[in-house]
Design a protein around this ligand. Structure first.
Ligand SMILES: Nc1ncnc2c1ncn2[C@@H]1O[C@H](COP(=O)(O)OP(=O)(O)O)[C@@H](O)[C@H]1O
Ligand SMILES: [Mg+2]
Length: 500
């Protein structure tokens, strides 16, 4: 039974004081236990952080130029960014840059990896600039700027001790040379300035392989077995490993060779010879008096593609903007198309033939004309335009980084996320003997390619296209029918539901 105490007695005061102390002590104990638990967890994380293979090698090398190459998800970025973070912690007052070709692409992957790393390493790096930080500051005065080659700003504004490039294969050789002029060692605080990065393999003719052959750059190979989230310390595959590898196993063609097996191989049997050195240009302001039009291929589970094209006074075509997006309704696309085209004089929009989708576009302000779908003629015309002419220029260009928003779902499945990506993987179907059937492309990765073909057919007809379509006798159209990849949203949805 509780003793009843006089609340004004000295004994009561003592009891209260003791109770308060007991409670404070309990709180202190609980806090200590929590701290210990967190410390143990961090130690476990640190312990499990064993680098293997090339991921271990790159923690200690001092080469001026190096790149860790390999298939997708081997832990290249993790290992490389870990090294960057440890150098910045080690060298007080160091200046570094964290670069990718396109600034907008850093956030979803590499920046997330970096944030995870600074939590584990406890380097104390703090972001400056909110959601999309401009730089990170270290307690020892080191600083790391972050940005893309599309808007270099601070990342290349001065001499750097370390420059890290994420997905270095996306850079042009000119980009890499520019970067090298910012880490020469003049005025650096580190004893070994480095320009380094990670990459997925590209064609054997890539500048990364050239620099390796010339002995200018050290190229290291990483493999899936190096990644502790995919394979445990005993070399057994983990559940995550099974998931990741099954996605990579489902890839085809050159993407599989590069992203699953890490091979530097050229795309074989591609339909179009797209040469980035020839057919790709940095973005520029399109003069107001150039002709402009749009070309659309419908899709829902497959990407919906809308390309904006400009034609210069010599008749050369420039892809200057693009929507490449899955799982969005045609009416929402229509609104976006109208919004993006404000202030531009668009002479027409050519579209794939789906009547319902075209009606929807028209209802929301994007009237279309039916594209000319003579496939073979169209392909030949695209191929011809991509080739360099006697004036040393091709007649078709894709401007860099024109896609409005990268489709993250396509990205996580390692599928093309823009028309530019499709050029590398749009292949001829294979004959029984495995040789490419040069009459018919595979019905894969052809969404931007179809819109491209419609665009070229339109550009070749010039203005007055509509009357041309009307005059076009039906038998001139190819007999090939559209069985699938480029048909409309509604039929696609019906197919998904099993209703053909
Ligand atoms: N050594 C490591 N320790 C802990 N996690 C790792 C390690 N290496 C890779 N990972 C994790 O594996 C996943 C893939 O790694 P990442 O570096 O993004 O691969 P890549 O750059 O080769 O495509 C990421 O979630 C990453 O955090
Ligand atoms: Mg990476």
């Amino acid at each position: 039974m509780a003793k009843l105490l006089n609340p004004f007695s000295p004994q009561f005061k003592i009891e209260v004081e003791l109770e308060l102390r007991r409670r404070a002590e309990m709180e202190r104990q609980a806090k200590l236990a929590e701290q210990q638990k967190q410390e143990q967890q961090k130690q476990r994380q640190r312990k499990s952080l064993r680098f293997r293979g090339s991921a271990a090698t790159v923690q200690a090398i001092h080469d001026h130029e190096w790149i860790l190459s390999g298939p997708a998800e081997t832990g290249k970025s993790f290992a490389t960014i870990w090294r960057l973070d440890s150098e910045l912690s080690r060298v007080p007052g160091a200046q570094a840059s964290f670069i990718r070709k396109v600034a907008a692409d850093i956030g979803p992957t590499a920046l997330r990896t970096y944030r995870r790393i600074i939590e584990i390493s406890e380097s104390g790096a703090k972001p400056y600039g909110g959601e999309k930080p401009e730089w990170f500051d270290y307690p020892n005065g080191s600083r790391m700027y972050i940005g893309g080659m599309d808007r270099p700003g601070k990342i290349l504004s001065g001499e750097r001790d370390y420059i890290y490039v994420n997905q270095a294969e996306e850079l042009s050789t000119g980009d890499w040379e520019t970067i090298l002029t910012r880490a020469t060692g003049r005025g650096s605080v580190t004893d070994h300035p480095m320009v380094f990065g990670d990459c997925n393999p590209g064609p054997p003719s890539h500048w990364i392989k050239d620099r390796e052959r010339m002995g200018q750059l050290r190229l290291l190979e990483s493999r899936h077995e190096d990644n502790p989230t995919l394979f445990d310390n005993e070399g057994n595959i983990t559940a995550q490993g099974k998931r990741s590898l099954s996605i990579l196993d489902s890839l085809t063609g050159v993407r599989k060779s590069r992203l699953r097996y890490g091979l530097w191989v050229a795309a074989e049997g591609v339909v179009y010879e797209f040469d980035p050195a020839v057919n790709q240009l940095p973005q520029f302001e399109i003069p107001a008096d150039w002709r402009r039009f749009r070309s659309i291929d419908f899709g829902y589970t497959n990407p919906f593609v809308c390309q904006w094209w400009a034609i210069d006074p010599d008749g050369r075509m420039y892809l200057y903007r693009e929507i490449y997006q899955t799982r969005k309704l045609v009416e929402d696309h229509a609104r976006e198309i109208v919004r993006l085209s404000v202030g531009e004089r668009i002479e027409t929009t050519v579209a794939d033939h789906d009547a319902e989708d075209r009606a929807t576009l028209e209802r929301y302000g994007v009237p279309t004309v039916a594209a000319s779908k003579q496939r073979k003629v169209g392909r030949d015309k695209v191929a011809a335009r991509l080739r360099v002419q006697p004036d040393e220029k091709p007649r078709l260009f894709v401007l860099e980084n024109v896609v409005i928003e990268r489709d993250q779902e396509l990205r996580t499945r390692f599928k093309p996320t823009c028309t530019r990506d499709e050029f590398d993987v749009y292949q001829w179907a294979k004959l029984a003997d495995g040789k490419p059937d040069k009459e018919e492309p595979e019905k894969l990765h052809d969404h931007g390619m179809d819109a491209l073909r419609y665009a070229v057919m339109y550009a070749e007809q010039g203005t007055g296209y509509e009357s041309f379509v009307e005059r076009q006798p039906a038998e001139l159209e190819d007999s090939e029918t559209d069985n699938g990849s480029s048909s409309g949203v509604v039929s696609e949805l019906l197919r998904e539901l099993g209703i053909e």
